[in-house]
Design a protein around this ligand. Structure first.
Ligand code: NAG
Length: 199
């Protein structure tokens, strides 16, 4: 369909400008729930391009820096799903677009990881565990169920050494805990903990 669309529009999209960045699978939510396999690509542009909204799949668009996007999320102007939040915090590692572009060129041949978070339901909240975390289980059972514990989130956070997880405080408040090093030489976000006053 994509090829036919390009023929119809007589255009050749510059797909070579795209860099593989990451891939996320939707964690289990409820049996039979819809799941997605979502690839993120990175593309560096000199200027913001025109955006055509189809008002179905895309209803608005906005250009923001990683710190602006983080603030807009925390102040409830926009909503980000946990993977989007993670990726925006990952981009915050780069001081400039050219640093990011250089990183993409230097790592063009590295294998990209595909992650499926596992949700750990605690006595008072939820934590999304990512591969590499002490509590992450490489067990296909968790494709179709959540983990759970009687302990509360603070207790769980006191255990373990290697963290690669997001604590979901509420729909607009996540904190990221990352002490894990990448096997595939990708860059990971820094730990990002929201201040007590926001909790
Ligand atoms: C799994 O965890 C999510 C929290 O991310 C929760 O909303 C959902 O109800 C849980 N599903 C089951 C079946 O426990």
């Amino acid at each position: 369909h994509f090829l036919r669309l390009c023929e119809h529009l007589d255009c050749t999209p510059d797909i070579w400008a795209l860099h593989d960045w990451s891939t996320w699978l939707t964690p289990f939510f409820r049996p039979g729930g819809r799941r997605f396999d979502t690839a993120f690509y990175l593309c560096c542009l000199r200027e913001p391009p025109p955006v055509c909204l189809d008002m179905a799949e895309v209803v608005s668009s906005q250009w923001s820096s990683p710190s602006e996007a983080t603030e807009s999320f925390l102040s409830k102007e926009i909503w980000l799903a946990p993977p989007q939040f993670y990726e925006i915090r990952r981009l915050a590692n780069f001081a400039s677009l050219s640093d990011l572009y250089t990183f993409c060129l230097d790592h063009a041949l590295e294998e990209r990881e595909r992650w499926m978070p596992i949700t750990l339901l605690t006595a008072n909240g939820a934590i999304q565990l990512l591969p590499g975390d002490d509590l992450y289980l490489e067990d296909s059972d968790y494709l179709e169920k959540n983990l759970s514990t009687e302990k509360n989130t603070a207790e769980i956070m006191q255990e373990g050494k290697t963290f690669h997880r997001m604590v979901l405080h509420n729909r607009h408040l996540y904190s990221l805990h990352v002490t894990f090093q990448s096997k595939y030489k990708h860059i990971y976000p820094k730990t990002y903990v929201v201040s007590e006053s926001r909790l």
